[in-house]
Design a protein around this ligand. Structure first.
Ligand SMILES: [Zn+2]
Length: 223
């Protein structure tokens, strides 16, 4: 989950899950005196946890790009007020550009989905309508260290990176994943082109297409 979309989300320990929290409550380790503690089921506990607390498990993730981080660091050690104002203005313009990109994506998605209203869409043959527009977004998921283990030895061992490239069909809200490890290929522009080529060999609606890569709003990694 991105903190851009959930700015006040708090995260709990990566090793923690809801069941141990629930058990600790049942086992009277919870700091409320037991006579006042109503008995509830795991189902109710989970429901209250999800609805009333802005908490999540795992590492806090941000979509901060390298430029944002460089500007934040420059702000932390800048010399005078003039330089600080210049950096703040640069960061404001940079983030405004990023937000404009996300807004444009939301608008495109709405329009492209509307273009298919009342029309049949099959991905194996060309559509007869000239008005329809498809839209896909694509990006890499965070690299996955493999195997997914947490014991002490893992701190010192070099783990295998597994890459996951996802393409999302915004009309059907359907995801397509391409998974490989670093022993198979890297995660550069050639690999992105190969995944897209394979995807388009099956994905043939014949409509005009809007393509959007989310990381390009703030980054230039795969350009
Ligand atoms: Zn940025």
């Amino acid at each position: 989950m991105s903190q851009i979309f959930c700015p006040r989300l708090l995260t709990l320990d990566t090793q923690l899950t809801l069941s141990p929290l629930f058990r600790s409550r049942q086992e009277k380790r919870f700091p409320i005196p037991s006579p006042k503690k109503p008995k509830i089921s795991l189902y109710t506990y989970r429901d209250i946890f999800n609805r009333e607390f802005n908490l999540s498990f795992g590492l806090p993730r941000t979509d901060m790009c390298a430029r944002c981080e460089a500007l934040d660091m420059a702000l932390m050690c800048c010399g005078g007020e003039d330089e600080m104002n210049r950096l703040l203005e640069e960061r404001r313009r940079h983030q405004e550009n990023g937000e404009n990109g996300y807004e444009s994506k939301r608008r495109d998605k709405k329009l492209t989905q509307q273009s298919w209203n009342g029309k049949t869409r099959t991905l194996r043959e060309n559509s007869t309508s000239k008005d329809v527009i498809d839209m896909i977004t694509f990006d890499f998921q965070q690299n996955l260290p493999t195997p997914h283990l947490h014991h002490n030895d893992m701190f010192c061992l070099r783990q295998l990176w597994t890459f996951n490239f996802g393409i999302h069909d915004c009309i059907n809200e359907q995801g397509y994943m391409f998974l490989w490890s670093e022993t198979t290929a890297k995660r550069g522009s050639s690999e992105v082109a190969s995944c897209l080529h394979k995807f388009f060999s099956k994905f043939r609606s014949g409509a005009r297409l809007v393509v959007c890569c989310c990381s390009l709003f703030n980054q230039k990694k795969t350009r």
